[in-house]
Design a protein around this ligand. Sequence first.
Ligand SMILES: Nc1ncnc2c1ncn2[C@@H]1O[C@H](COP(=O)(O)OP(=O)(O)OP(=O)(O)O)[C@@H](O)[C@H]1O
Length: 291
Amino acid sequence: MRDPRRAGGAVLHEPVRGGLQPLRSCGPGRPRPRADPSAAVSAVPLSLSGVGFAYPGREVLRDLSFTVADGEFVAVLGPSGGGKSTLLRLVAGLLPRSAGDILVKGEPVRRPRQDVGMVFQKATLLPWRTALDNVLLPAGFRRGASAAELERAQALLKAVGLPDAAGLYPSQLSGGMAQRVGLARMLLHDPDLLLLDEPFAALDAMSRERMALVLQELWLARPRAALFVTHSIPEAVFLADRILVLAGRPARVLLDWKVELPRPRRPETMADPLFNELALALRHEFDKVAA
Ligand SMILES: Nc1ncnc2c1ncn2[C@@H]1O[C@H](COP(=O)(O)OP(=O)(O)OP(=O)(O)O)[C@@H](O)[C@H]1O
């Protein structure tokens, strides 16, 4: 076996082990040296420093420190029950952290914010509301929405490939269609940080691949910071600029890898030897640290 750090020629960068993972080297939105350090902090969409969390009687996360730069798509892999959803809920302001600091654009996270969009494993659509109204939920449905929000919701339904679904109810949508509505809703207020918690986990393999392409297209239309939880190594490699592996009990960031496959990534990318070599190398490293 070749050195996994060399997988894909220059594609894969050195894995980093053992906890704190400062953001390093390249990527579309990596932090650049700035004269004013406080300006640098406030410009970073997401920054975690020494973050820990415990449910009553169970420490789940310890000492997580990493940043996500503007325009950087970061996937989070980890064993089941390892704390990935907990991490996203902390960043979303849905849970209070037990230790450390979480800053979104330089501000401590205390509650959910309009400039942070989130999508969950289940689409969490309101069954008695139409697809359009579900997209408009953050605006108070159609009644509360401004003309601009209504127009944006309709444009987003088109963008996710549902131009004719505005009047359909969730019971009339397939799982993939429901997740598309969830993505549209996440983008309603054009958030600067996306939090995606296994959004395609409940879909069949083909729908999952299609959704990865839809998500990439939406993200490429305006690259922004994203934290994407998945159990799928190929999905992580396909979508991400960078992959964090969260493992251990309590969980820490044990690997921090960069993926520099060119974009846009296409279905053929998955047949590319570089893609496969990268996924395989990550699998080997994952099995070592997450055993
Ligand atoms: N509300 C809760 N109260 C107590 N323990 C919880 C609660 N929610 C989650 N846990 C526990 O915390 C740990 C981490 O859960 P979490 O859902 O964050 O993991 P995960 O990595 O997202 O798992 P999966 O990949 O299976 O979705 C698990 O052991 C889980 O049982």
